[in-house]
Design a protein around this ligand. Structure first.
Ligand SMILES: [Zn+2]
Length: 517
């Protein structure tokens, strides 16, 4: 994101324009808020960084209840002095922190979701210990060095980065929000909406009890907009709103040969080969460009609307950069842009098991081979129907389907046998309309701050949005704030300071303007 630049650019355009008066009239409040937050922040950078590092120093692997409770207490201690009513909610899993701040005169409510648990860490892979937050003067891959906090005057270089687990995913929103609120108060500015926060303590485990938490607290999460603050921003660093996610299903498929491995010389050309059967089965289901060949697979896929198509066309094209960075000559997709491809279902083989290679190779024909598929689903594709049409397809290829290891009798009685292991029920994809009134208002406010705002119809991955979408009508929009290269889930996770500064400004502008817009 380059909002600071954008703002300067925007203000300049206004001043130079003959309609300077109208222009400033429309944008002054956004610019005033942005300026107030930025000016306040510039005097408090050390305090903000210290608050962030203290939070990051708390280990937060979701499987440790004591750790997550310590995090929840820490968050409560940050929010209560700012006037929030805070509750820790549990429905059999990790704690969730719910906080509420009402604004006099506001008639609408924004619910912000973020999470404070992190992926497990393998400390030996980290350059600096994951729970000893370290400020570096840039990217670690570029040989950056730690900065001694005590040697820094109050202003920090915005390109510096804080390295720690959950720096980018997803502890930053809490810190940005509290310091944004301090900035507003110091300037006598008020929120235009009531604010609710739901901070998830088990997102990295798939938020297993989020649905239950919502069910156990009827009405608590009612809101006019759910802003989902998780995930990295666009690679161009421009501000971004994301309107959807893909869902998914997982399926392991096992094909069979004889009931024990056989010598490939004595039995080659006679014994059915499960690896080859698997290859034929897979290629019957998907072509080389990624197009899924299963009958009916695209029947319910929601077509892109005009606005969604226009938004994709307006996005910075990262194709050439990606191909270069990732050493890819010909992407799948037959020439369609990545931003459009992620609005389509994907059929990914994520692993294959069977036999050995290299020094582990043996001249045998295996008795079974397994592939694990990770299916990405898009809006209107129901996971139950996907199961049905995949099973229809496999039956159509001449297979007898079992759900447990087949007996010899089953193998004797059927020419081709396949075992299907549907792992979990899966989740459908989700997409909020860009044309809805709340979406339009949010887009308007964000565009006043940064005209280059990127609108992404669907991100490729998933987020636990269905727990909300299945239970409420509230429009859900994802507002990603972390740098794209934050290395989330991996070692050396980090957050670029400018992203924290920008997050404060974006929250300030959205929450002071949305209710008035
Ligand atoms: Zn996350």
């Amino acid at each position: 994101m380059i909002p600071a630049k954008s703002i300067t650019f925007w203000a300049l355009t206004c001043l130079l324009s003959l309609q300077a008066f109208t222009c400033l009239g429309q944008t002054s409040s956004v610019l005033e808020v942005a300026d107030a937050v930025n000016t306040f922040r510039a005097t408090r950078e050390r305090q903000i960084v210290e608050d962030f590092t203290a939070f990051l120093a708390l280990p937060n692997v979701a499987s440790s209840l004591p750790n997550m409770q310590a995090n929840a207490r820490h968050i409560t201690a940050l929010l209560e002095p700012r006037g929030f009513t805070v509750r820790t909610l549990r429905s059999g899993g990790a704690p969730y922190v719910f906080a509420e701040l009402s604004s006099p005169g506001a008639s609408e409510t924004v619910l912000i979701y973020a999470h404070f648990d992190g992926q497990p860490v393998q400390s030996e892979n980290w350059t600096y210990a994951p729970f000893s937050p370290t400020l570096l003067d840039g990217l670690i891959q570029e040989g950056s060095k730690p900065v001694d906090l005590n040697s820094v005057a109050d202003q920090f270089n915005p390109e510096w980065r804080i390295y720690a687990r959950s720096a980018g995913d997803d502890k930053m929103p809490v810190i940005a929000l509290i310091h944004m609120l301090d900035a507003l108060r110091a300037n006598g500015l008020e929120l235009s909406v009531n604010l609710k926060l739901l901070l998830d303590g088990e997102e990295e485990r798939g938020s297993p009890t989020l649905g239950q938490v919502i069910d156990d607290n009827p009405g608590l999460f009612d809101a006019d907009l759910l802003l989902f603050c998780d995930g990295p921003m666009h690679q161009s660093r421009q501000a971004q709103l994301v309107f959807g996610v893909r869902g998914g299903r997982t399926l392991d498929i096992t094909t069979y040969g004889a009931n024990r491995p056989l010598h490939s010389g004595h039995y080659g050309n006679w014994a059915p080969n499960p690896i080859m059967s698997m290859a034929y089965l897979l290629t019957s289901m998907r072509d080389e460009t990624g197009r899924i060949l299963i009958e009916g697979y695209y029947d319910n896929v929601a077509a892109l609307t005009e606005s969604e198509r226009a938004a994709i066309e307006a996005m910075p094209n990262i194709e050439a950069r990606l191909k270069d960075e990732l050493a890819v000559h010909t992407p799948e997709g037959g020439g369609t842009r990545i931003e459009e491809l992620v609005t389509l279902p994907a059929f990914n083989a994520r692993g294959v098991e069977g036999g050995g290679v290299g020094d582990q190779g043996r001249n045998i024909i295996l008795s079974s081979s397994t592939v694990s598929l990770n299916l990405r689903l898009v809006p209107n594709q129901r996971p139950e129907r996907i199961r049905q049409i995949i099973e229809n397809h496999i039956t159509g290829e001449g297979y007898f389907i079992v759900y447990e290891d087949p007996t010899d009798d089953i193998l004797r009685a059927n020419s081709k046998v396949v075992k299907l292991d549907w792992r979990g029920g899966g989740s459908p994809g989700l997409r909020t309309s860009m044309d809805g009134p709340m979406a339009q208002r949010l887009i308007r406010v964000m565009r006043e701050l940064t005209p280059e705002l990127i609108l992404t119809p669907t991100m490729g991955g998933g987020l636990p949005l269905n727990a909300f979408a299945n239970r409420m009508e509230t429009p859900i929009i994802v507002l990603p704030l972390a740098n794209h290269d934050n290395n989330q889930h991996g070692e050396n996770e980090n957050l670029r300071l400018q992203n924290l500064w920008d997050a404060m400004m974006v929250y300030g502008v959205v929450l002071t303007q949305l209710g008035r817009n």
